[in-house]
Design a protein around this ligand. Structure first.
Ligand SMILES: Nc1ncnc2c1ncn2[C@@H]1O[C@H](COP(=O)(O)OP(=O)(O)OP(=O)(O)O)[C@@H](O)[C@H]1O
Ligand SMILES: [Mg+2]
Length: 262
């Protein structure tokens, strides 16, 4: 058995265990003792109907919606495949976007404990880089973030069943962390089928669908309202909001389009 060693958000070739970052108080953080019961920690797993359907886009908006309600909120992308190596740092675009959206920056290695360079399915990238993705490694980073925020949104990778290794896939993250799921539907032809299949797979794995978000991937999807209506009739979970196609708009400006799950 082997694990990767994580140093400043990158995997070294050396085999070992994940090194937890030193945790120091940062601006905007809250201590658990100071939380009122309404501010008790809550977290969700954000999945999507596919890769590129707006999971990060929607997660950033969710973070800002939570921040607008006064919560210390963060995003996490525990497994990322596709990263630039600049000097000592390995940087993934989603990690950067989630870092920018959060109430404070806990550092890339807690947001993304498994940052792979290869832009491929995570199980392929991990094998190529001799990394074994362990749910326990994700749990360690999640637990550290849990100490430091009130609302945490954990973005999956690819679709719900994207493989992370021989026996685990993206849904294993939600199971390991015991998280309710928010499903992002990329509004395009075929999205009704993809959304319903994903909702079924969520239920089949014993996970709870807390809500779904309709995300406009283009300026105008023909029959958008009818597509959303068809899904509302068939999904036993609330529509948390419809995000318009707004390239270049800061996610904070879209927070009012989303309701957080109750
Ligand atoms: N509503 C929207 N308005 C404008 N641009 C959007 C919208 N939704 C997504 N995009 C853009 O589409 C691209 C894909 O979205 P995003 O990166 O959020 O998808 P993803 O599901 O997180 O992908 P991945 O599987 O790679 O993590 C990004 O460039 C994003 O900014
Ligand atoms: Mg993403």
């Amino acid at each position: 058995m082997f694990q990767s060693t994580l140093v400043a958000g990158r995997h070294s070739a050396e085999r070992g265990t994940i090194l937890p970052r030193m945790i120091t108080p940062l601006e905007g953080e809250v201590s658990k003792q100071n939380r009122s019961s309404t501010k008790a920690f809550r977290a969700w797993f954000v999945t999507g109907t596919d890769t590129g359907v707006g999971k990060t886009f929607a997660t950033c908006v969710l973070i800002h919606a939570a921040r607008a309600q006064g919560f210390a909120a963060l995003g996490m992308k525990p497994v990322a495949a596709g990263a630039e190596q600049t000097g000592g740092e390995r940087l993934n675009e989603d990690t950067l976007r989630l870092r920018a959206a959060g109430s404070f920056d806990p550092g890339p290695e807690l947001i993304t404990p498994y940052c792979l360079r290869t832009p491929a399915s995570p199980h392929i990238a991990a094998e190529k880089e001799s990394v074994r993705i362990e749910p326990q490694g994700i749990r360690q980073a999640f637990d550290a973030l849990q100490q430091r925020c009130e609302r945490l949104f954990v973005e999956g990778v690819g679709g719900l069943l994207a493989p992370l290794g021989e026996r685990i896939d993206a849904s294993s993250i939600a199971r390991e962390l015991g998280l309710p799921v928010i499903l992002v539907t990329g509004l395009r032809l075929g999205c009704i089928n993809h959304t319903l299949l994903t909702a079924e797979a969520i239920a089949a794995r014993g996970l709870y669908l807390a809500g779904w978000i309709a995300n406009a991937l283009g300026p105008e999807m023909p029959h958008q309202r009818q597509n959303i209506d068809a899904l509302r009739q068939r999904i036993d979970a609330p529509l948390l909001g419809t995000l318009p196609h707004t390239p270049g708009t800061a996610p904070a400006a879209l927070a009012h389009f989303i309701s957080l799950p109750s």
